[in-house]
Design a protein around this ligand. Structure first.
Ligand code: TRP
Length: 439
């Protein structure tokens, strides 16, 4: 296997786990998960989302990393390569192309939200919300989202930060950063959870998050829940495939995936258990929309001892979580351009520039923001995941798949294989059909 020998590689399996976790854990967990749970009614939505993580997310993630590691190159060339190896059409490269586009589209709104986090670092340091009442805090979030220059400043800074890391090469820079920052984020979330437990309406929050009332689960909610399972695990667009292409050949794909999915889910649930008790204790409703995080936590910080400091650290960590995710949104495209002979720095400038322009459109037209979010999360990612599962389960030679996933005992391999062939594609298809009213 000659061409398996010279590839860029993570320092160790641990670095790979941290990089994949860094990509997975981001605004999706801390910002998006709580607010869509609020909008789609709580417990039943959470339950459906958890089922999607287990039945679709985990198996597809195993498939994506496996494909990346087999191909040892960017997702576009990689899909073509693994398809040819199994005697299939190179047209499978389209999965990579659509993935690169989806990553760019996500970056456009993602960077705007990360910019909000940067703004809240500034607000925390200057004490903008210290001692303020909850109405004032709520209004200030509205003021931010209607102030284009203020958002543009932070959005530009965030794109720049993303570009610096990607231009420097992923393996060293981000690898080391996430190794220390992710544990810190976890610790801080734990402290905030404790605060919420002590001062918030914890029972109310838990009831909202975990009380299973199936009548609240709508077809729309299911589509959003499935889409979010892809979004939060960074699946369906080749990000994890690109990361997998740098994975040491010896590591266990399945064990790695279980670790990443577990950490990602844990952090999302912790964020939810922190935010909702604070919302209920302050007599607000859970359907606050995208402002949920940026309203509920400042309310807590405003009245908590040392809140200014805690708030500052918290939003710094949210920014870092966002950064360790955003780099994986352009890495597949940059890796592809590099393969075509474009130097990494110029590839980063081109794709970062496109993301920057798209972000400006999001800032000025909230409808563009919403459209990019819905089109990528609810349609492009699940479709990408569907194609990845179908390719792995039906088009790739089984012997090759088995060679890559060689550490699982036969029964577990067969279980994963069957889920990838049948359960995951059927599940995605059913949710799609349901959402357009066919079922
Ligand atoms: N998973 C990240 C989050 O939850 C977002 C993200 C990073 C992503 N890379 C991705 C989503 C690739 C989809 C595809 O914040």
């Amino acid at each position: 296997m000659d061409d398996h020998n010279n590839y860029v590689s993570w320092k160790s399996r641990w670095t790979f786990i941290m990089a994949a976790t860094g990509s997975a854990v981001g605004l999706g967990n801390i910002w998006k998960f709580p607010y869509i749970t609020g909008e789609y009614g709580g417990g039943a939505f959470v339950m459906f989302y958890l089922i999607c993580i287990l039945a679709v997310g985990v198996p597809v993630m195993i498939a994506e990393i496996m494909l990346g590691r087999r191909a040892r190159t960017d997702p576009i060339d990689g899909m073509m390569k693994v398809a040819r190896e199994s005697g299939r059409s190179a047209n499978w490269g389209v999965v990579g192309i659509v993935g690169v586009l989806a990553g760019m589209m996500i970056l456009m709104f993602y960077s705007v939200v990360a910019g909000w986090a940067l703004d809240y670092i500034y607000q925390s340091i200057t004490g903008a919300y210290a001692g303020a009442n909850h109405l004032a805090i709520k209004n200030d979030f509205g003021a931010l989202t209607n102030n284009a220059p203020r958002q543009l400043l932070w959005h530009t800074l965030f794109i720049f930060m993303t570009g610096v890391v990607v231009a420097g090469g992923v393996t060293r820079g981000i690898g080391t950063a996430v190794e220390t920052m992710m544990p810190l984020l976890f610790l801080l979330l734990l402290i905030l959870l404790g605060y919420s437990l002590a001062t918030g309406d914890f029972a109310g929050g838990m009831h909202f998050l975990f009380y299973f009332d199936p009548s609240k689960l709508t077809a729309d909610g299911m589509l959003v829940g499935l889409g979010h399972a892809f979004f939060t695990l960074s699946l369906g667009m080749g990000a994890i495939m690109a990361y997998g292409s740098y994975m040491p050949a010896s590591g266990s794909v399945a064990k790695t995936v279980v670790a990443v999915a577990f950490l990602d889910t844990l952090i999302a649930l912790m964020a939810g258990m922190t935010i909702f008790p604070l919302i209920f204790a302050n007599h607000m409703t859970p359907e606050q929309g995208p402002g949920l995080l940026f309203v509920s936590l400042p309310i807590a910080f405003a009245s908590m001892p040392g809140g200014q400091l805690v708030g500052t650290i918290f939003f710094v960590l949210v920014t870092i979580a966002a950064l360790s995710s955003s780099i994986s949104l352009i890495e597949p495209g940059v890796a592809w351009l590099e393969k075509q002979g474009v130097r990494r720095i110029w590839g980063t400038v081109m794709l970062g520039g496109a993301g920057w322009l798209g972000g400006i459109a999001c800032i000025n037209h909230h409808a563009v923001f919403d459209m990019l979010d819905a089109a990528t999360t609810n349609i492009m990612l699940p479709t990408g995941g569907l194609l990845i599962a179908v390719f792995t389960g039906w088009r790739m030679r089984r012997a090759i798949v088995r060679e890559e996933i060689d550490d699982l005992p036969p029964w577990l391999f067969n279980l994963w294989y069957a889920v990838t062939r049948l359960v995951a594609p059927a599940g995605i298809a059913l949710v799609f059909l349901n959402s357009i009213g066919v079922l």
